[in-house]
Design a protein around this ligand. Structure first.
Ligand SMILES: *Cc1c(COP(=O)(O)O)cnc(C)c1O
Length: 370
């Protein structure tokens, strides 16, 4: 279930934190798995008019949901054809290097072309973007030729979720040096955790993703729960102390137990690394769990492709029945905890929810359709 009211409330809370800076919607990977078609109208209803996606396909889906918005596509242009597609869909490319710039310049040489683009600068992540000296040199070139029209200058933080990491200030300083070379161009640096680092990180536009979707942007801040993932229990069985559970017989029961078999497995996105035993992660982490009526129930043995076993002994006999639901994360089990038990982060749990899940969106406003 996806609670669009909670999502809108999270967006508003972040907008309040940043004050004058605008808040973009980050809807790459189908809005972190939640659905571009539903998330984009919900954010639009909150006044969001700028979106970021990773691919041109995602840009087209966002365009269908937001006819008038500015849509930035983060991953590079590959070819002349891509440039034509960007133009026809009114997508704004994020140029990440000299090759992208050359392609976009060539495209913009045709008279009457919309030349707007974003320029990404790498200030320390070593992912995508022009280097700082490259960007400053290009600013001088383009000021003369006006070959393209940058409408946004952006960079991305490597350690925004570590408040005191020295790289944050280093990246900000490098980015400010580039900004000075692009006067009048809007600037954006902060993601969810970055916007909590202080006003000087807000600049003109912030780009929160995970916090809007309910993940904690830092260990001291919680957001409203947006996504609840649940699985149906197919069967409840009794087993004796000394019996084993699941593949590899890695889990040996220490007591007579009640086991709930839930219709969820790694093919649904319940990571095998959240197994109760029998995968190497178990040496490092306590193993995953679910929640039934607010009570935690541990995963027993290995998560399998389509089924997972949970220890419901402590809930008592005849209280858990086939057809009941078990929560994998949601209000009773924060997504960041579920992620940590699987040795990963909330981002991976959300984007890994497979097509098998039926996605229910609640809080769609009848009047606006958003
Ligand atoms: C994914 C992404 C974001 C959003 O990051 P969160 O940590 O989810 O807030 C912002 N900017 C860029 C460039 C991204 O790739």
């Amino acid at each position: 279930m996806v609670d669009l009211r909670a999502l809108r409330s999270n967006y508003r809370a972040l907008a309040k934190v940043v004050g004058r800076a605008r808040v973009a919607g980050i809807v790459k990977a189908d809005a972190y798995g939640l659905g571009i078609a539903q998330v984009v109208p919900a954010l639009t209803a909150e006044g969001c008019d700028t979106f970021f996606v990773a691919t041109a396909d995602e840009g087209m889906a966002t365009r269908r949901a937001a006819p008038d918005a500015r849509i930035f596509v983060l991953n590079s242009l590959f070819s002349e054809d891509a440039a034509a597609l960007f133009a026809s869909q009114r997508l704004t490319p994020v140029l990440n290097g000299a090759t992208d710039i050359a392609l976009w310049e060539r495209h913009c040489a045709k008279p009457g072309t919309d030349k707007s683009c974003a320029i990404q600068v790498d200030t320390g992540l070593n992912r995508l973007g022009l280097t700082v000296p490259q960007a400053i040199a290009y600013a001088a070139d383009n000021a003369l030729t006006r070959a393209i029209e940058p409408v946004l200058l952006m960079s991305h933080l490597a350690c925004g979720d570590e408040r005191d990491h020295p790289l944050n200030r280093k990246q900000l300083a490098a980015f400010n040096a580039v900004r000075a070379a692009f006067p009048g161009v809007a600037a954006s640096l902060a993601n969810s955790s970055g916007l909590l680092l202080g006003r000087e990180f807000h600049l003109d536009l912030v780009r929160p993703g995970i916090a809007v979707y309910g993940g904690a942007p830092s260990s001291s801040v919680t957001m409203k729960t947006v996504v609840t993932a649940e699985a149906r229990i197919l069967q409840v069985r009794r087993a004796q102390a000394g019996d084993v559970v699941s593949y590899g017989a890695t889990q040996v029961l220490e007591r007579d137990s009640l086991i709930a078999i839930a219709a969820v497995g790694y093919a649904d996105g319940l990571l095998r690394s959240s197994s109760g035993s029998g995968v190497p992660m178990r040496a490092l982490r306590p193993g995953g769990f679910g929640a039934i009526r607010g009570q935690r129930v541990p995963i027993l043995g290995r998560v399998t492709m389509d089924l997972t076993m949970f220890d419901v002994t402590d809930l008592g006999p005849d209280t858990v029945l086939p057809g009941n639901f078990i929560q994998l994360f949601g209000p009773d089990l924060p997504i960041d905890e579920a992620a940590s038990a699987a040795g990963t982060i909330a981002y991976e749990l959300l984007t890994g929810l497979s097509r098998r899940y039926t996605r229910f969106h609640v809080g769609i406003d009848e009047a606006t359709g958003a």
